[in-house]
Write a protein that binds this ligand. Structure first.
Ligand SMILES: Nc1ncnc2c1ncn2[C@@H]1O[C@H](COP(=O)(O)OP(=O)(O)OP(=O)(O)O)[C@@H](O)[C@H]1O
Ligand SMILES: [Mg+2]
Length: 424
């Protein structure tokens, strides 16, 4: 097997209680750590093993496919929660939030493997630590770096000596199978704080402007051809502003998303709150006769959603995972795959002043400053869900803007075009 020297080094040095493979995406961390996991499953201390990920799906995608590929037999189905390997019980546990702690209370483990450790809640990790009570028990984990004040960095990596902990920093060059073209593409597909963490492998604070790649190329003036359909995102407030964006979606054109109009009603500025009925009327006027396929609404806006539904509007609860939403919007902005009509002045202003919160950063968390960000939320609401449809690049899919163009137009079309323009 052709493995890099960093992968070999980590394999031989991983004899500690905590063993952490940290660094860039696609840098070969999982590959190296799973080799170690297989060795431990076969020869490690007797007792149960547990494989932990953010949820059961990510365990399947990130770990089990590689693990069973190395073993040479078929992967268990995604619904399986327990299996036997080398004569020991192996449990698969998703730890999406703190409530998962109760699922491992009471178990006794010899081996634990944690995928994406920076996304696991700290109480879960602490509980896991107490479960590793078999003599010689070992924990293996992989992670992309997060904020410098993240609990994994501050309490474990920075105090490696008291924890019997070892870690290795992985970079793209530590994966022997990546060629230069792929490394270049992946490098250009992350910007800002994500570039530092996911490409350079640094623990760095999310600070300053969130959409720091926003520029004039994200603004348009002249009308475009009609889109395939429209989406609307609405952030609702009674004391705060109610804000909406009208997004024209064209999966087969570039840019795929353009924001044609904004709606903003700030009750504090006007000095009067509007009733739900008044706001629904405003939204209906805002949409007009456009072909709106879905209206994504702030999930907390219960009464307003009922009022919209009563008018037969296609209302859907928005996904309120803030970081996923920000990553999604950022991907569109930096790839220049979203353009905003010049007249959407408040949206443009809010996108430019949207900033990371220093107070959260001190606690090792990523969060935006909560102020005047209602149109940023509306945009996030309408962009997050349809990412999964496959016509668009998922924020975790490592495609550069150029690769994304190819995905949309097809490789041949671009090559033909390039051939045609050569010589002109
Ligand atoms: N030595 C190797 N031989 C063959 N394939 C490898 C080797 N190292 C890594 N790979 C392959 O390269 C790809 C990326 O590696 P891997 O999944 O280990 O990266 P990672 O650092 O865990 O990335 P992420 O942070 O995205 O999870 C995988 O398809 C993996 O199977
Ligand atoms: Mg991995």
């Amino acid at each position: 097997m052709n493995t890099s020297s960093k992968q070999n080094k980590s394999f031989y040095e991983a004899t500690h209680r905590f063993n952490l493979w940290i660094g860039a995406v696609r840098s070969g961390k999982t590959f190296a750590s799973i080799r170690k996991l297989l060795q431990l499953l076969e020869f490690g201390p007797p007792g149960d093993a547990m494989i932990i990920g953010v949820n059961r799906d990510t365990i399947q995608r990130n770990i089990l496919t590689t693990l069973y590929n190395m073993l040479g037999f078929p992967c268990p189905s995604p619904s399986v929660r327990k299996t036997r390997l080398f004569g020991r019980d192996v449990y698969f546990v998703g730890a999406p939030d703190v409530s998962a702690v109760s699922t491992i209370q009471g178990s006794t483990l010899a081996i634990a493997y944690v995928d994406e450790a920076t996304n696991i809640p700290e109480p879960f990790w602490k509980m896991l630590e107490t479960r590793l009570s078999v003599p010689g028990a070992q924990l293996l984990a992989t992670a992309n770096p997060g904020a410098p004040a993240h609990w994994l960095k501050k309490q474990y990596i920075d105090r490696a000596d008291i924890h019997d902990l070892i870690y290795w920093n992985f970079h793209l060059d530590d994966n022997p199978i990546l060629d230069k073209a792929y490394k270049d593409a992946i490098t250009s597909s992350f910007t800002g704080v994500w570039h530092k963490r996911f490409i350079l492998g640094e623990w760095c604070q999310a600070s300053g402007a969130i959409y720091d790649n926003w520029d004039n190329d994200n603004v348009y003036v002249n009308p475009f051809p009609a889109p395939s359909y429209y989406l609307v995102g609405i952030d609702y407030g009674t004391t705060n502003a109610t804000a909406a964006v009208l997004a024209a979606i064209s999966p087969n054109q570039w840019p795929q998303v353009r924001i044609e109009a904004e709606y903003y009603y700030d009750s504090q500025k006007v000095g009067r709150s509007k009733t739900d009925a008044e706001l629904v009327r405003d939204i209906k006027d805002f949409i007009g006769y456009k072909n709106v396929s879905s209206i994504y609404v702030d999930p907390a806006a219960a009464s307003f959603k009922i009022a919209l539904r009563a008018e037969d509007l296609p209302v859907i609860d928005a996904n309120n995972e803030v970081i996923l939403g920000i990553k999604t919007v950022n991907k569109f902005i930096s790839g220049k795959n979203i353009v905003v009509q010049k007249g959407c002045k408040i949206l443009i202003e809010q996108l430019q002043s949207y900033a990371w919160c220093p107070k959260h950063a001190e606690r090792g968390e990523d969060a935006p400053i909560k102020k005047e960000d209602h149109l940023c939320d509306s945009l996030r609401y309408c962009l997050t869900p349809f990412m999964r449809s496959g016509e668009f690049s998922h924020p975790d899919e490592n495609l550069s803007a150029e690769q994304l163009r190819r995905k949309i137009y097809g490789y041949d079309a671009i090559s033909q075009f390039n051939e045609q323009i050569q010589g002109y």
